[in-house]
Design a protein around this ligand. Structure first.
Ligand code: CUK
Ligand code: CUA
Length: 676
C-alpha cells in the first residue's frame, strides 16, 4: 500500500520513513544517516542489540515513539466497558491520557462525590426505580459529533450497554454534561451512532422489553408484549445536549437489535441496524418444567438461516412524526410498528444468521455486514436497496407485517474473509478492514467501483494480519467518516493471555497499533487495557480538537459552561447565616482556601460555594471533607457547589487533594460541627 497523507506530516513520520522502508535495514546505518553518532546519544544498532531487539522491533519502536513534550497526531476515545468510563489514548504513542468519568463516580475528577455538578448529571441519568444514583454502566459505542460526515471535535456520545442510557461529553473540557435514561429502553448495545450533521444521535435497544403498564409480561407473551425501539435523539447544535421533545422512537419487533450505523453521502437519510434472534427465543427454566432442555436461548436463537437487516429511512420517519403518526409511550413520541411498515419508514433485508457489525463505507454506497458465524462479509448496495424499495421487490413480510426486500435484489457481493468476521473499518483507498474474532486476525479487502476500485479488483481479500488475541472491534483514523485518513489502525483484542507480565487471573485486554502505511501491514505496539473491557473506539486527528480549553473563564459551572450562580471572586469571600442555613462563599488559590475554618452546629444545612480563582493552566485544587464523603476537583476558573446536612458532630479536617504547590500540604482547613 502506498504511503498516505495524514493531517500533518510530523517529525516522527519523516523519521519513520528515513529509518527504513526496508524493515531489515541495519539500524546502525540508519542511526548514522539520522546523525546519531556515538557522540550524539549512542548508536541505535547497538542499543537495539543490547536490548535484544530485532531490527524490525527497533524500527516499530521508532515509528510509534512520541518524545515527551511532542503531541500525538491522533486521539482515540475508547469505551471503558464495565468501568463505565471513557478512555482517551494518544496515537501513535498509545499512552493513556485521561479516564473521563461518565456513568461511574470518579473521585479524581470530583465526579459524584458531593458536588452539585457531578451528582446532578449522575442522578438525572439514573432510573428512579433503581437505587439512586446508579453507580456503574457498561460503556460500549462512542460516537463523535460530525459536520458534513466528518468528525468536528465538538461532542462525544456514548451508550451504556447495561442500561438504556446515553451520555454526552463536551470536548471543550472532556467532561460529562448530560446522561439520559431513555424511555422504553432497558438495555442498549451497538446501536449508537450520529447522523452526518449530528442532526440525531441514534441509540437502539438490545434486549426487547415489555411495553405493558407494569413493565412485566410473561415470556409466553414475548411476541405480543415485548418490543425493541430505535431512538432518534435530537441534538441542540450549540450545547450538544439531547432535546427530548424533538426526539422520537420507532417501534421494532422483539428481535435483538444489535450493531448499527448511519448512512452517509449516497445513503444519507438512512440508518442500518442488524439483528439476531429473529426466532424470538426466550430460553427456558427447564428445572421447573418450562421449555425444552434442547431449546436453550443459544440454540434456538441460531436456528434460522437468516436474520434481518433493519433499513430505516429517518427522513421519512421525520415526516411521519410531523404528520402526527405517533403515539406517546412513557413521554416519548413513538412511531408504531404498523405505521413504520405502512409509511416505508422500516424495511428489512435478509442477512446471514446471527451477524455482527454493520458498517457503511465512506461513500455511503456499501453496507458491510460481518458474518460472525459465517466466513463472509455481506455487502449490500444502497442503489439496489433504493431500487428494491421503489419497485416493492419484496420476499413477503415478517410476522409483524414489515416488508422484506429480496436478498438477491439488494446484495452486491459476499467476500470470504475467514472465521468470525465482526466489525469493519475503512481507509481512503477503497479498502475495508474486518476483524476476525476466531482467526485472531484482520482481513484487508477491496470494496467495489463506487469506492474507486476497478471491477476486476473489486471485493477481493488482499491480505490478513495476525493480532493477539481474539479481536473484537478495530478502528482506523476517521474510519467512520466520509474522509478516512488511513495511517493507523488499532485492533481491540479481547484476550491477552501471555503477552504481559502476569497480574493475576483477570487479564487485561490488549490494544495493538498497526501501521497502515506498511506493506505488509504490521503491528507496531501493544497497549494493555487494565480498566474494564472496551468495545468500540473512534480515532480523531488532534487538530480537530481545536476548541479544547486550558482554563475556564472565571467562575464557570462546567455543566452549563456558563457563569455559575455560585461563582465567588477574590475579595467576595464571606459566610452568611440564616437560622440553620449556612452559606460559605469560598475561593481556592495556591495555597489556601479562604475562609479555611467553617464553624457550624449539628443539624445545620451547609452550602459551600467554591471557586478556583486561578487562571494558570493545570492549577487545579481538590477539596475533600472525608468525614462527609466529599471530594471535589476544582479546575482553574471552575465554580462548584456542595450541600451538606450536618448530622454528624466533630472537628473535621478538610484538605486540597491535588498536589498544587510547594505548600500544597498546608492547603487545608477545618469544618467544625458543634454538637447540638
Ligand atoms: S460489540 Cu462487537 S466486539 Cu458489544 Cu461493538 Cu464488542
Ligand atoms: Cu491546592 Cu493542593
Amino acid at each position: 500500500m502506498s504511503a498516505k497523507g495524514g493531517p500533518t506530516i510530523t517529525r516522527r513520520t519523516a523519521l519513520g520513513a528515513a529509518a527504513g522502508a526496508a524493515a531489515g535495514v541495519a539500524l546502525g546505518a540508519a542511526g548514522a544517516r539520522l546523525g546519531f553518532g556515538a557522540a550524539g546519544g549512542g548508536d541505535l544498532g547497538s542499543v537495539a542489540a543490547a536490548r535484544g531487539l530485532t531490527p524490525e522491533e527497533a524500527e516499530a519502536a521508532l515509528r510509534s515513539y512520541v518524545p515527551g513534550g511532542d503531541l500525538d497526531e491522533y486521539l482515540i476515545f475508547a469505551s471503558g466497558g464495565h468501568s463505565g468510563q471513557v478512555l482517551v489514548i494518544g496515537v501513535p504513542s498509545m499512552r493513556l491520557l485521561k479516564v473521563i468519568g461518565v456513568f461511574t463516580p470518579e473521585p479524581w475528577q470530583g465526579y459524584g462525590f458531593g458536588t452539585d455538578q457531578g451528582n446532578r448529571v449522575l442522578a438525572e441519568g439514573s432510573d428512579p426505580a433503581k437505587s439512586l444514583p446508579l453507580r456503574w454502566g457498561d460503556t460500549h459505542h462512542p460516537a463523535l459529533s460530525e459536520t458534513e460526515g466528518d468528525y468536528d471535535g465538538r461532542f462525544l456520545y456514548i451508550n451504556d450497554r447495561a442500561n438504556g442510557r446515553i451520555a454526552m461529553i463536551d470536548l471543550r473540557d472532556f467532561k460529562t454534561k448530560q446522561i439520559l435514561d431513555i424511555p422504553n429502553l432497558q438495555t442498549s448495545h451497538g446501536g449508537c451512532f450520529v447522523t452526518p450533521n449530528t442532526e440525531y444521535v441514534h441509540i437502539s435497544s438490545m434486549t426487547p422489553c415489555p411495553i405493558t403498564e407494569s413493565g412485566y409480561a410473561p415470556l409466553s407473551r414475548y411476541k405480543e408484549d415485548f418490543r425493541g425501539f430505535s431512538t432518534w435523539l435530537a441534538i441542540d447544535p450549540d450545547t450538544g445536549r439531547f432535546v427530548l421533545d424533538k426526539s422520537f422512537q420507532i417501534e421494532l419487533p422483539p428481535y435483538t437489535q444489535d450493531l448499527a450505523d448511519a448512512g452517509k453521502l449516497a445513503s444519507y437519510g438512512f440508518g442500518f441496524i442488524n439483528s439476531y434472534n429473529t426466532e424470538m427465543a426466550t430460553g427456558g427454566n427447564f428445572h421447573e418444567g418450562h421449555g425444552d432442555p434442547a431449546a436453550s436461548l443459544e440454540s434456538t436463537a441460531t436456528k434460522n438461516d437468516y436474520d434481518l437487516l433493519h433499513i430505516i429511512d429517518w427522513k421519512k420517519a421525520e415526516e411521519t412524526v410531523a404528520a402526527g403518526g405517533v403515539k406517546v409511550l412513557h413521554g416519548m413520541k413513538v412511531i408504531p410498528l404498523e405505521v413504520a411498515a405502512d409509511e416505508g419508514v422500516l424495511h428489512f433485508a435478509p442477512e446471514p444468521r446471527n451477524p455482527h457489525g454493520v458498517d457503511v463505507n465512506p461513500t455511503g454506497d456499501y453496507i458491510c455486514v460481518g458474518g460472525k458465524l459465517d466466513p463472509n462479509a455481506s455487502v449490500y448496495s444502497i442503489d439496489k436497496i433504493k431500487a428494491a424499495i421503489d419497485a416493492q421487490d419484496y420476499d413477503g413480510t415478517d410476522p409483524f407485517g414489515v416488508p422484506i426486500l429480496r436478498l438477491d435484489s439488494v446484495l452486491e457481493a459476499q467476500v470470504e474473509l475467514g472465521a468470525g468476521p465482526l466489525h469493519t473499518q475503512f481507509d481512503d483507498e477503497g479498502h475495508a478492514y474486518t476483524s476476525l474474532f476466531v482467526d485472531s486476525a484482520i482481513a484487508e479487502w477491496t470494496l467495489g467501483p463506487k469506492a474507486g476500485i476497478s471491477e476486476d479488483q473489486a471485493f477481493r481479500l488482499v491480505e490478513k494480519i495476525p493480532v493477539h488475541y481474539n479481536i473484537g472491534h478495530l478502528v482506523t483514523a476517521h474510519g467512520d467518516t466520509v474522509a478516512p485518513h488511513g495511517r493507523y489502525m488499532v485492533a481491540l483484542n479481547k484476550w491477552s493471555i501471555d503477552r504481559f507480565a502476569p497480574v493475576g487471573t483477570l487479564h487485561p485486554q490488549n490494544f495493538q497499533l498497526i501501521d497502515l502505511d506498511a506493506e505488509p501491514l504490521r503491528v507496531l505496539a501493544d497497549m494493555p487495557i487494565g480498566i474494564g473491557e472496551p468495545h468500540y473506539v473512534q480515532m480523531v486527528a488532534l487538530d480537530r480538537l481545536d476548541r479544547t480549553l486550558r482554563v475556564y473563564e472565571p467562575g464557570t459551572d462546567p455543566v452549563t459552561m456558563r457563569r455559575s450562580p455560585h461563582a465567588v471572586a477574590a475579595g467576595e469571600e464571606r459566610v452568611e447565616r440564616r437560622g440553620r442555613e449556612v452559606d460559605v462563599y469560598m475561593t481556592a488559590m495556591r495555597s489556601h482556601f479562604t475562609p479555611d475554618v467553617i464553624e457550624t452546629r449539628q443539624g445545620d444545612l451547609l452550602r459551600l460555594h467554591i471557586t478556583n480563582i486561578e487562571q494558570t493552566p493545570d492549577a487545579t485544587h481538590g477539596f475533600a471533607i472525608p468525614a462527609y464523603d466529599v471530594e471535589a476537583s476544582i479546575d482553574p476558573g471552575e465554580a462548584v457547589a456542595i450541600e451538606l446536612e450536618l448530622s454528624r458532630p466533630g472537628s473535621f479536617a478538610m484538605y486540597c487533594t491535588e498536589f498544587c504547590s510547594a505548600l500544597h500540604l498546608e492547603m487545608q482547613g477545618w469544618l467544625l460541627v458543634a454538637p447540638a
